[in-house]
Design a protein around this ligand. Structure first.
Ligand code: CO
Length: 171
């Protein structure tokens, strides 16, 4: 089972490497990432969050538990090609456990990627899916949701996180 890497691990700040061939190894990683995402209760997971610095993302935007697994997206080398609108969403991150903050992002995005069979696909997302695409793709560039906050808000949120993370290590 893959293990979630938490901040301040340096891999979370690295630019992940593009995938050249979608082979069984890549499919295996995507499957393990999907299991890890469900086990952790996340909406999405990017490979750097499990210690793999490659451009792989899984997302399941199902809003009802019974729909989970039907709507999972396994994306290789995803990139956002267009975006519009604004929304504010209360975000959290498996790599920053215990904190949430309102983040402003685009309300609609179109992304292109390869699927697990190496075929080109286009995903149009709005609302939760748009947020998840932006949040997870940010991870591939070493960007965390707290980086999208104002400087003051980020400072407050990170102070809470580090205080709480410190408590964890003491326990
Ligand atoms: Co995250």
């Amino acid at each position: 089972m893959l293990k979630i890497i938490t901040y301040p691990a340096p891999i979370l700040r690295q630019i992940a490497e593009g995938v050249t061939t979608v082979d069984d190894e890549v499919r295996g990683i995507l499957d393990e990432m999907t299991k890890c995402m469900y086990a952790s209760g996340g909406v999405g997971l990017a490979a750097p969050q499990v210690g793999i610095s490659r451009r792989l993302v899984v997302i399941d935007p199902a809003e009802e538990e019974e729909d989970m697994g039907k709507t999972v997206l396994k994306l290789v080398n995803p990139r956002i090609v267009s975006s519009s609108g604004k929304l504010v969403w209360s975000e959290g991150c498996l790599s920053l456990p215990g904190i949430n903050a309102d983040v402003e992002r685009n309300d609609r995005v179109t992304a292109e990627a390869l699927n697990e069979n190496g075929e080109s696909i286009t995903i149009e997302g709005e609302g939760l899916l748009a947020v998840a695409l932006q949040h997870e793709l940010d991870h591939l560039d070493g960007v965390l949701f707290v980086d999208r906050l104002s400087r003051l808000k980020k400072k407050l949120v990170m102070r809470n996180y580090l205080r709480q993370a410190g408590k964890h290590t003491e326990e």
